[in-house]
Structures are given as structure tokens and as C-alpha cells.
Design a protein around this ligand. Structure first.
Ligand SMILES: C[S@@+](CC[C@H](N)C(=O)[O-])C[C@H]1O[C@@H](n2cnc3c(N)ncnc32)[C@H](O)[C@@H]1O
Length: 174
């Protein structure tokens, strides 16, 4: 399954850490790309590129001047558009449908999400109907969607591989 993430409403400086973590979760859970509306800090791009270089994989980070245009383009390309929101249908109710899809574009917000997203998304999906975080919502959504496959993923071209250990830190340099 091809997965992309569209990050809306990133506020420069204020959301730097949260947006970086959204990128890292997207990558670690198998997304191919994250797209931000508007410009983001150079440091976010550098951090994500650094992780990709060291830990491998083909994850990319991009910016678009119009999230709406990007979403519509992706839909034309066969992506189902999933907006994660506490106001949506519980994830558990639509998982069966979603797991049969080949391409999914996941939209996560930061500040108030514009109305068009709720109206144009194919699915408005909640990970509980309580307010929490885009990082948590994305991780739970992808884990359920992929049935835990992220635990077995390997990343091509990695320079470092972690050897899971009960104690201490073991890292293999490749
Ligand atoms: C900190 S919340 C702010 C949401 C904002 N107050 C609004 O009304 O759109 C940021 C993002 O986290 C995600 N999120 C937060 N709680 C969620 C939940 N229970 N289920 C799914 N996504 C959630 C949504 O993508 C949301 O846009």
C-alpha cells in the first residue's frame, strides 16, 4: 500500500518539534512522503534528511503552495483521502474498507483545520473522539491500517541498524 501524509497548518517555530515528529512517525510507519502546505523551517528538512541518510529508506519531505490542489491531484492519481479528526467516524468502523485500498493520503492538522478538508475528504476518521495529538493519531492509524507491519519493515540503504537489546544500546554500522 502506498501511503502519503499531508500536514496542514504548520506554524513556523511554534510547531517545529511536533511537525518533525509527524515526519518521523510517517517515515517509521512506512509512508513514502510527507507534504507541508507552505514553507517550513530548514532545520525540519535537515533533521528528516539526516534520519533518512543514517537509517535508510526513500522517504521524502516536500512543500506545496496549495494543500487543496495537492489533495485533488492525489485523488486523481487514485489516492483515498483520509482526514484524521476527533469529529470523524471511529477508525475501528472503517478499517476493513481502508485495508483494501492501494493508495492512501492522510491529512493531519495543527491549528484549526479549514472546512473544505471535512467536506472534500473521502473519510473523516477519529482515533477516539477525544482531543489529543496529530503524532499519536497518525501512529495509531498507521499501526491499525498496516496491521503492525511496521515492526517488520526494513529500510534500504541504511548505514545504521539497531540490534534490539534488553539492555543497553547496540547499533550495527553497515
Ligand atoms: C492538536 S489537534 C488541533 C485540532 C484543531 N483544534 C481543530 O479543530 O481542527 C491537531 C490535529 O491532531 C489530530 N487529532 C487530534 N485529536 C484527534 C483524534 N481524537 N482523532 C484523530 N485525529 C486527531 C487532527 O489531525 C488535528 O487536526
Amino acid at each position: 500500500m502506498r501511503v502519503q501524509v499531508l500536514r496542514l497548518g504548520h506554524r513556523v517555530k511554534r510547531d517545529k518539534r511536533v511537525s518533525t515528529h509527524v515526519c518521523l512517525v510517517a517515515r517509521a510507519f512506512g509512508a513514502e512522503k510527507i507534504v507541508f502546505e507552505g514553507e517550513i523551517e530548514k532545520k525540519i528538512k535537515e533533521k528528516v534528511k539526516d534520519v533518512c541518510e543514517r537509517f535508510g529508506g526513500g522517504f521524502s519531505i516536500e512543500e506545496t503552495s496549495s494543500a487543496q490542489k495537492y489533495m485533488r491531484e492525489m485523488r486523481e492519481n487514485g489516492f483515498a483521502v483520509v482526514h484524521l479528526t476527533m469529529y470523524g467516524i471511529p477508525l475501528t468502523k472503517v478499517l476493513g474498507e481502508l485495508r483494501g485500498m492501494n493508495r492512501v493520503l492522510i491529512i493531519v492538522g495543527a491549528e484549526k483545520v479549514p472546512r473544505w478538508v471535512y467536506e472534500e475528504a473521502d473519510y473523516n476518521i477519529s482515533v477516539t473522539n477525544q482531543p489529543h495529538s496529530e503524532i499519536a493519531a497518525l501512529a495509531v492509524f498507521l499501526d491499525r491500517l498496516l496491521r503492525g507491519k511496521e515492526f517488520k519493515m526494513t529500510f534500504k540503504g541504511a548505514k545504521l541498524r539497531i540490534i534490539p537489546s534488553r539492555k543497553g544500546k547496540k547499533v550495527l554500522k553497515i
